[in-house]
Design a protein around this ligand. Structure first.
Ligand SMILES: NC(=O)c1ccc[n+]([C@@H]2O[C@H](COP(=O)([O-])OP(=O)(O)OC[C@H]3O[C@@H](n4cnc5c(N)ncnc54)[C@H](O)[C@@H]3O)[C@@H](O)[C@H]2O)c1
Length: 514
């Protein structure tokens, strides 16, 4: 499908954080852009903000002054909506209010020609509902940019019930021509990113609430083992707890109180206390002058008592550890088995969503220490472990010594089912799978959205696939059993995939195997 020609004039309404950024993106792509805001002087201020940001690029030699001048010529602040009448595409980025946005679109429909395309940058309002009272609801769609719009690659192209698919394809192509990574999504609560990302915060909040670990440790694990750019607590502090909590609440309510999206009492308390994060100087961390960030809990060096490690069976996702053991000078002995690592007195296994204490009994594994998922075991710098209640201290010390010998900082969590990274990935994947199952977006678009919109190291669906057949489904099943909660029910899509290829996936006897 052809993108809109750059001769098409684009109007951006609302010159706040998002509108100014969107105006910059469209002008950079070569369109003439009208920028309108109901607040006097706001459109001019929005343009001045763009000029100031881009001047820095000129000053550092990354942009030519004449290109900046030409770009700024293409952004025209206007006072009234009447002045946008000859626009071919209007993108609104005004206040997040259904009635006010509806009134705006109704006026635009009258002011602009029948061929105008109307787009909303809403984060949370239904596109279907915004279009409901329009004469031509098929010409309205969502064009959801991420903040800051000039820097973030993702644009979710949202189709309401009435949206014309051809028109959505034109906007998809246009966003791509503007240098963005567009994805299609149907108008459902949270669209893709704001829905699928919920567990990234929720599971860590839960682990903290259950005293499995403190925020600094969980942040370090998600960064250093999970390869996420920021940990959940530091990210919530950056976003602002008022904003993050409001998004979670709106998605929770919109899905009729589905417990998968249940907001956290810990975050509620921060909002009530006015500890909104960086912007108020205090969130999970303090941002006061001279405040230092607490360090992640890291176990002190343990004494390595053995120079051989036994690998029983396939380690599946964790196979990258073997090379690290070899590089550390350990003798590797491979034999048949159920995906276990034996070192000294300890038996180590990748978490499968059960507690170590339970697995000691169910699988008859003595001196069990579970370890967490890492995005790439050959490169991870930190790994979480959890010991069974029955595990002796000397076996625990053996497990710690082995992982430290392989160059890993080791953080011990309480015996939390699924540990931190595996549990987070499992729930992200579950949400992504349900979004695909329900036709919200394709699997490739969900994965792309999570990478381009929130910088995930890999899309959750392809990351989970990489772990091997049925691994995530089994983790979720075990989490559901552990908690006895509907929150962890596996998506039907994951169940279908687990039972594909004629394999019987529900064996809990192959802990680390793919
Ligand atoms: N801030 C984000 O991270 C983010 C990300 C994606 C989408 N959004 C969505 O983008 C929209 C704008 O968000 P923002 O963060 O830029 O808000 P903002 O408060 O920074 O800017 C909104 C601007 O719209 C103007 N405005 C309000 N009502 C208007 C009207 N009727 N006509 C013309 N101008 C009007 C305001 O004067 C203000 O300048 C919202 O729908 C929001 O949900 C925000």
């Amino acid at each position: 499908m052809q993108a809109l020609n750059t001769s098409v004039k684009v109007a951006v309404i609302g010159a706040g954080a998002m509108g100014s950024g969107i105006a910059q993106v469209a002008a950079q792509a070569g369109h003439l852009v009208y920028l309108q805001d109901q607040r006097e002087g706001a459109a001019a201020a929005g343009k001045a903000g763009v000029a100031k940001t881009l001047q820095k690029r000129v000053d550092s030699g990354k942009m030519q002054q004449r290109d900046l001048d030409a770009l700024l010529q293409r952004i025209q602040p206007v006072d009234s909506l009447e002045q946008l009448a000859d626009s071919g595409l209007v993108i609104e980025a005004i206040i997040e209010d259904l009635d006010i946005k509806r009134q705006l679109f109704a006026r635009l429909e009258d002011l602009c020609g029948e061929q105008v395309i109307l787009a909303t940058n809403t984060s949370s309002i239904s596109v279907t509902s915004l279009g409901a009272q329009l004469k031509r609801p098929e010409r309205l769609l969502g064009m959801h940019f991420f903040n800051p719009a000039p820097l973030m690659a993702l644009v979710e192209v949202i189709l309401g019930l009435a949206t014309d698919k051809q028109l959505a394809a034109v906007i998809h192509a246009t966003a791509a021509a503007w240098g963005k990574k567009p994805v299609f999504a149907t108008s459902t609560p949270g669209f893709i990113v704001n829905r699928v990302a919920r567990p990234f915060y929720a599971e860590s909040l839960r682990l903290m609430q259950e005293q499995a670990a403190d925020p600094a440790t969980l942040d370090a694990l998600l960064r250093e083992a999970g390869n996420f750019r920021m940990g959940p607590f530091e990210l919530m502090d950056l976003i602002g707890h008022d904003v993050n909590y409001a998004v979670t609440n709106s998605v929770f309510d919109a899905y009729y109180g589905d417990f998968r999206f249940q907001p956290s009492l810990i975050q509620k308390a921060l909002v009530e206390a006015g500890r909104l994060g960086r912007k108020t100087g205090q969130g999970f961390y303090s941002y006061a002058e001279g405040a230092t960030r607490p360090e992640a809990a890291t176990l002190p060096p343990a004494q390595a008592r053995d120079n051989q490690v036994i690998i029983e069976g396939e380690l599946g996702a964790a196979a990258g550890l073997i090379q690290r053991f070899a590089d550390a000078g350990l003798q590797i002995i491979q034999r048949d088995g159920a995906g276990l690592i034996r070192y000294g007195d300890a038996t180590l296994a990748l978490t499968d969503g059960r507690m170590a204490t339970e697995r000691t009994i169910s699988d008859g594994l003595q001196q069990l220490v579970l370890f967490d998922l890492a995005f790439d075991y050959s490169k991870a710098t930190r790994l979480a472990i959890a010991a069974a209640r029955q595990t002796t201290d000397s076996a625990l010390q053996d497990a710690i010594a082995l992982l430290q010998k392989a160059g890993l900082a080791v953080s011990q969590l309480s015996d939390a089912p699924g540990l931190a990274v595996m549990r987070t990935l499992a729930m992200l994947t579950n949400e992504a799978a349900d979004a695909v199952l329900q036709g919200v977006a394709s699997a490739s678009d969900v994965d792309l959205a999570m990478c381009a919109g929130v910088n995930y190291p890999q899309g959750p669906l392809s990351w989970s696939e990489r772990l091997g057949h049925g691994v995530i489904w089994r983790v979720l099943q075990n989490l559901q059993t552990s908690y006895g909660e509907d929150r962890y029910r596996p998506s039907l899509l994951l169940r279908q995939q687990a039972f594909t290829a004629g394999q019987q996936p529900d064996s809990n006897k192959k802990p680390g195997a793919g």
